[in-house]
Design a protein around this ligand. Structure first.
Ligand code: ADP
Ligand code: MG
Length: 696
């Protein structure tokens, strides 16, 4: 076979030298294959002429007509107005910037072809600064119609639409010579009536005039679906490769007698639920194998994942290995630190602490403790990923609240233990109940255990939604609750992501509440505080030295103070369901009947009304997640920005769920029958990320 487009550089195309190729690199385009997978994000239809009399505002159209009148007017802004008519109606072309030459071009009686979005004008439709062409001959037969819809690509500085169109033209021409390998076996495509790769690319880049534009734009066209299918297959293969490759490594055999685990277990003030016992057994069985564990533990908020993780950690420590416990936020890491220190230090096991906010000396000390192995358990944030962190003997990596970490980060931590031929066991915990389709896609490399039972005695949190105008009444109720010995969270939310704005809003709320409830002890916690300050505050709250804790959404995950039994959430109408559910999970952890008040600002949108309704009706995380998926889509449920799922170029979960069963079939087929295609697909779609994916 001749060179394939996969390996041919863009520089082989006409018009691409070193300068253009450097700019194309910014778009991730290096090879001809990359050119073809840089897909248009919208189209214009210049394949047919519209009748002026039938134009509707808001639609882009190509029209052709005869100039009736061209005049320069000086009303608000000097402008050139040209009126043209095609026998079905008239339209005004409006130019704010123009030359005298242009004015004289539009001589009465000339035929003009123009393209723009139609706007509502005075008395007749208009186009502002249309692209136009004066036709040499006065007959509209000279109108130049495109043979295909006109594609629009994401561009970058120095690379215009025109350039990308020329490049894709050339690459598509080469495609006719069959130089791009189609890795999806055609029997799978025929079953679904999807086009082969070359046809799909041709249609998406240059859709024929009769193509269904809205299907193309919505990604529902068979050509798009074909590409989405391939992308999902590639992603699945990437994850499956991780797993296959992991299995070629040895993992520590963790099979000690279990004395430490038993000691820890008997020091607990409660019995494990059946679900916790079952999941712990899954984990211990995995660790007793020489194959690296890759297990996801799902459990609703409050189901008791942390203690399962700690018991697994005890087992690894007894077997002589180190354990890393990583959380997505400082605050959550601190909670784990408190728990782990309390559980482990009395058993003579030392716990080290590492986050990004440590001072230099403290950081150095932690790194030393980790490297020399004086500390067997390490708790921290993603600071644990950093290059200078070397474990002496990492046997188990625990990642809490996994949906906030991308696949790449997951790999980086696992690689920490992989300096020899061995990999640590990996335990991932998430409180986001994930519907099956999402789990298949996001966690195809993991085994899954579910803690589907809450500790006994938990009473569902009673949830009410209240209009913000009733705030004073609510403050009175908060005061009464505190007098009964209850502790309260008051959560301030802002749409702004900025820590400092959130902190400010929370400061304001604190002042107001202090004035209204002067006899009670009120604290404030937000993302701008130092770790030590946050830790101090959470400790005081836990020890009931604070009655009311004003907080930002920093307390969203993992914070655990069982005596807190009332939560107020301000502006709850702005939050997504999963986030509300996570927040609400901070109460209802003790034996007291807990409640949650969702304050909202009227008027409510129908979507917000529906969300608050669901929160009132159910405490079941799986139901909440399913509803959230329906209302907002997959990316939001998993935390868009943070997951590998946001990395899809074409596929979209939710929309493309119907493809997932085929994805499984095709991925299995390729893994068994065509290892070359597996590697090629991963390279094609995951590209440089492959280094991290497969770099174990
Ligand atoms: P999550 O699954 O949300 O991380 P945690 O592990 O933080 O839940 O546990 C929530 C609370 O429930 C903690 O206070 C924990 O000590 C307690 N807990 C865990 N397991 C049990 C159990 N089997 N019985 C009673 N309380 C438990
Ligand atoms: Mg937790």
């Amino acid at each position: 076979m001749t060179d394939s487009l996969e390996s041919m550089s863009v520089e082989t195309l006409k018009g691409v030298g070193a300068a253009v190729s450097a700019r194309l690199e910014k778009l991730g385009i290096h090879t001809l294959q990359d050119v073809l997978f840089h897909l248009p994000f919208r189209y214009q239809d210049r394949t047919r002429l519209s009748r002026i009399g039938e134009l509707r505002p808001g639609v882009e159209a190509l029209v052709c007509g005869e100039v009736l009148l061209a005049e320069v007017v000086l009303r608000q802004r000097r402008s050139l107005l040209v009126r043209i008519n095609d026998g079905t109606g008239s339209i005004t072309l409006r130019f704010f910037h123009f030359t005298q030459g242009q004015v004289s071009q539009f001589a009465k009686g000339k035929s003009v072809q123009c393209f723009a979005e139609v706007r509502r004008g005075a008395g007749m439709p208009e186009m502002v600064h249309p692209e136009y062409k004066i036709l040499s001959d006065d007959t509209p037969t000279n109108v130049s119609l495109s043979n295909t819809l006109t594609p629009f690509y994401h561009t970058t500085e120095g690379v215009q639409q025109g350039t990308l169109r020329k490049l894709t033209d050339q690459a598509l021409a080469l495609l006719d010579q069959q130089l791009l390998h189609d890795h999806i076996p055609h029997n799978h495509l025929n079953d679904r009536q999807l086009p082969d790769l070359a046809s799909a690319l041709r249609i998406v880049h240059r859709p024929p005039p009769d193509a269904d534009v809205s299907a193309l734009m919505d990604g529902l066209h068979p050509a798009h679906q074909r590409l989405a299918l391939e992308e999902l297959v590639a992603h699945r293969l990437g994850l499956r490769l991780l797993r296959v490759e992991a299995q070629t490594y040895q993992a520590p055999l963790v099979r000690p007698p279990g004395k430490l685990l038993a000691d820890l277990r008997s020091s607990l003030s409660f019995e494990l639920t059946h679900a916790q016992q079952r999941v712990l057994k899954d984990v211990l069985d995995d660790m007793g194998n020489a194959e690296p564990m890759l297990r996801l533990v799902q459990g609703d908020v409050g189901s008791g994942k942390t203690v399962v993780a700690a018991l697994a950690a005890a087992q690894a420590v007894e077997a002589g290995y180190q354990v890393a416990m990583m959380a997505p936020t400082e605050l959550l890491a601190e909670q784990h630190m408190l728990n782990f220190t309390q559980w482990f230090e009395s058993l003579g096991i030392r716990v080290a602490w590492l986050t990004g906010k440590l001072r230099v000396a403290a950081r150095r000390a932690s790194i030393e403790a980790i490297a020399t192995g004086t500390h067997q358990v390490v708790v921290g944030t993603h600071a644990l990923f950093q290059k200078d962190v070397q474990f002496s003997n990492l046997g188990l990596a625990i990642i809490d609240e996994q949906h906030r970490f991308g696949v790449h980060q997951r790999m980086a931590l696992r690689n920490k233990g992989a300096n020899t031929a061995s990999l640590p066991h990996q335990l991932v915990m998430t409180a986001t109940p994930i519907p099956r389709t999402l789990a298949m896609t996001a966690y195809a490399d993991l085994d899954v255990s579910v803690i589907d039972e809450l500790p006994p005695g938990r009473k569902p949190v009673t949830t009410v939604a209240l209009d913000n105008v009733r705030r004073d009444e609510i403050v009175t109720r908060v005061g009464a609750a505190i007098e009964q010995g209850r502790q309260v969270y008051w959560v301030c939310t802002l749409i702004e992501e900025s820590d400092s704005l959130q902190a400010e809003a929370a400061e304001d709320t604190l002042q107001i509440l202090r004035e209204q409830l002067p006899q009670h002890r009120i604290g404030l916690i937000h993302g701008r505080l130092k770790s030590s300050e946050k830790e101090q505050l959470m400790q005081s709250f836990k020890q009931q030295e604070i009655d009311l804790l004003v907080a930002t959404t920093v307390i969203e995950v993992g914070v655990d103070v069982p005596n807190a039994s009332l939560m107020i959430i301000e502006n709850s109408e702005r939050l997504g369901l999963s986030q509300l559910h996570q927040l609400r999970g901070r109460v209802g952890r003790g034996s007291a009947q807990s409640s949650c008040m969702l304050l909202y600002q009227s008027p409510l949108s129908s979507n917000a009304r529906e969300r608050l309704g669901i929160m009132r009706q159910t405490n079941d995380g799986f139901l909440v997640a399913q509803k959230d998926l329906e209302l907002r889509g997959a990316g939001e449920v998993l935390g868009t920005r943070q997951t590998g799922l946001a990395e899809f170029r074409i596929a979209r979960l939710g929309r493309d769920d119907g493809l997932l069963d085929d994805v499984t079939l095709i991925a299995d087929d390729l893994l068994t029958n065509s290892r070359n295609s597996v590697d090629a697909l991963v390279r094609r779609w995951i590209g440089e990320g492959k280094q991290e994916y497969g770099g174990v």
